[in-house]
Design a protein around this ligand. Sequence first.
Ligand code: G3H
Ligand code: 13P
Ligand code: ZN
Length: 283
Amino acid sequence: MLVTGKQILQHADEHGYAVGAFNVNNMEIIQAIAQAADDLRAPVILQASQGAIKYAGVDYITSLVKTTADRIDVPMTLHLDHGTDFEEIMKCIRSGFTSVMIDASKHELDENIRLTKEIVRIAHSVGVSVEAEIGKIGGTEDQIVVSDAEATYTDPEEARIFVEETGVDSLAIAVGTAHGVYKGEPKVDIDRIKEIDRVVSVPLVLHGSSGVPYDTLEKAVAAGIRKINIDTDIRASFAGAVKAFVAENPDEIDPRKILKPARAAMTDTVKEKIKVFGSDGKA
Ligand code: G3H
Ligand code: 13P
Ligand code: ZN
């Protein structure tokens, strides 16, 4: 069943686990995640970036996820990841997304608050949840490129003010993770998560979580992270399985035969993450 971001994260908050938020771009990825969630009885967030929407079309993403949510009996949220454009966010709300992210983190605090507040006002009037971001997470996503030098950790006091002023339902924080493949081992500031969690009333979100060691992710959940975003590791298992299949079967041209092992590999990856996040058996 399709539920709002607020509903799915509220349950996680009450029970001390994190919901996996996995990026989707096509049918096979959606099916792979849904299979993992169903097998492990885990609530799950399916999220599409503006790039995913450009690739697949908002109507395809929405109807694929709705069909999945009707078939599979675990709570599911359809979420816009890193919405930077007002019209794109409105398009998702109109299409039936149950949660959106407004990412105005590249702006100064005042402007971030102003832009976020406007999205919260509109989204809440139609029952859609809102995630926002404060601080700058390293790496690249959609139009936003943040170099390591530019990445700035979230200040707990600013986070408190931001949440109070905007009325957001969840907050993405910068605590040392980065989008994409890590060059070295990420250093995640667990004490900062604890401090932000102490002063902020809404569930906290960790972006750039692919490649983060599992013991670090477990500590992040214990410190108060309630939504964990994973994209790169799913891409890697998809690409790895396709390459291996094609190498072994160079004459195969049937897309179904090529994509089936990739779909299974993505399910395995998602299952592994769900267990680390502690969301298995929570649906
Ligand atoms: O945080 C970014 C996500 O990995 C989405 O990436 O903009 O290439 O779809 P994308
Ligand atoms: P990774 O690609 O590093 O897993 O990050 C995903 C993400 O944060 C999506 O918003
Ligand atoms: Zn992200």
